[in-house]
Design a protein around this ligand. Structure first.
Ligand SMILES: Cc1ncc(COP(=O)(O)O)c(C=O)c1O
Length: 308
C-alpha cells in the first residue's frame, strides 16, 4: 500500500505513523463510526475527486443516523482532503474519511463519547483487479443475508455494519470466488460485499431498489444516469436470485471496484462482459477521468498549492 506521509486527524495534519487512537476508543469496541470510500483520478485538468460532495453528504447522513454531528464542517473536511492529496503528490488515489466515537466512557451508550474525524489517502488499484474489470469476476451467492432495517440501518455506511460484508467476503474468497452476492431478508438479490448490482436481460437494465436494503451507492446512481442518458431503460425493482443466473449481462458498481462485470455466478456462466456493460463502462470511465464534458460537474478539482 503506497500511503501519503500524513493523515488529517481531528483538525491537524500528523505523520502517518503518529495517527493513533486509544485502545478504549468506543468505535473499536462497538463499531460506532461512519465512513466513506472516495476516489480521485488524474484528468487533463489535474487531480479530480469523483462526486466528492455526494460522498460528504452521505457521510453526514450516516453520522446523523447514528446520532452524531460531524465535528468539522463538510467544507473543512473537503479542504483537508485537498491538502492531503496535494501534499501526497498522488495523481490518483483512494480517500477514506472516518467519523467515529472516541475514547470516553465504556458501555453501549456512546452519547458522552467525543465524535472524532480523520481522513487518509493512499494509492489503490482496481479492487477486484484490472483483469476483473476487463473480463469479469466470478461470484457466489453468500450464505449470509444483507443486514436489514429490522436490526440495522442499510442506508448508513457504518463501521460495525461491515462485519456483514466481511463475513461474506471471507466466505467467497475461501470458496475460491472473487466476490459474494448477498440476498436481502426476503431472499431477493441485494448487492455485493462492497458493490451494487445491475442485471441486464433483453436490453433492459434492472437494479434492486432502496427498499431492498442496499447502500445507496454513488456509483450506482452515476451508472443509472449514464445508462438512461445512453437511452437504456433502467428499472429499480426486486430481483430474484435466478434472474442473475439467467441474465444476459451482470455488473457491479462501487468506488473501490468501479464498474466490474460478473462473468459467472454459482459456477454458472453468464459470459464475458456484454455490449451494454461495455458501453456503460466506457462512458463511466470517461466520466471518472474527466473525458465526459456532460458529467464534468461530478468532479472536484484538487487545487495546486501556490509556491509562495
Ligand atoms: C455495502 C456496499 N454497497 C455498495 C457500495 C457502493 O457504493 P458507492 O458506489 O457509493 O461506492 C459500497 C461501497 O461503498 C458498499 O460498501
Amino acid at each position: 500500500m503506497n500511503t501519503a506521509d500524513q493523515i488529517w486527524l481531528n483538525g491537524e495534519f500528523v505523520a502517518w505513523e503518529d495517527a493513533k487512537v486509544h485502545v478504549l476508543t468506543h468505535a473499536i469496541h462497538y463499531g460506532t463510526g461512519v465512513f466513506e470510500g472516495i476516489r480521485a483520478y488524474e484528468t487533463e485538468r489535474g487531480t479530480e475527486i469523483f462526486r466528492h460532495q455526494d460522498h460528504l453528504d452521505r457521510l453526514e447522513r450516516s453520522a446523523k443516523l447514528y446520532y452524531m454531528d460531524l465535528p468539522y464542517s463538510k467544507e473543512q473536511i473537503r479542504e483537508a482532503t485537498h491538502e492531503l492529496i496535494a501534499a501526497s503528490g498522488f495523481k490518483s488515489c483512494y480517500i477514506r474519511p472516518l467519523v467515529y466515537r472516541g475514547y470516553g466512557p465504556m458501555g453501549l451508550n456512546p452519547l458522552d463519547n467525543p465524535v472524532e474525524a480523520m481522513v487518509a489517502v493512499w494509492e489503490w488499484g482496481a479492487y477486484l483487479g484490472e483483469e476483473g474489470k476487463r473480463n469479469g469476476v466470478r461470484a457466489r451467492v453468500s450464505s449470509y443475508r444483507r443486514i436489514s432495517s429490522d436490526s440495522l440501518i442499510p442506508h448508513a455506511k457504518a463501521c460495525g455494519q461491515y462485519l456483514n460484508s466481511v463475513l461474506a467476503k471471507i466466505e467467497s474468497l475461501k470458496a475460491g470466488y472473487e466476490e459474494g452476492i448477498l440476498l436481502d431478508d426476503k431472499g431477493n438479490v441485494c448487492e455485493g460485499t462492497g458493490e451494487n448490482i445491475f442485471v441486464i436481460r433483453d436490453g433492459v437494465i434492472c437494479t434492486p431498489p432502496q427498499t431492498a436494503a442496499i447502500l445507496d451507492g454513488i456509483n450506482r446512481k452515476s451508472c443509472v444516469q449514464i445508462a438512461r442518458d445512453l437511452g437504456y431503460e433502467v428499472i429499480e425493482r426486486d430481483i430474484a436470485r435466478a434472474e442473475v443466473t439467467l441474465a444476459d449481462e451482470v455488473f457491479l458498481t462501487g468506488t473501490a471496484a468501479e464498474l466490474t462485470p460478473l462473468r459467472e455466478i454459482d459456477d454458472i456462466e453468464i459470459g464475458p462482459p456484454g455490449p451494454i456493460t461495455r458501453e456503460i463502462q466506457r462512458v463511466f470511465d470517461d466520466a471518472l477521468h474527466g473525458r465526459a464534458p456532460q458529467y464534468a460537474e461530478w468532479l472536484d478539482l484538487v487545487p495546486v498549492p501556490s509556491k509562495a
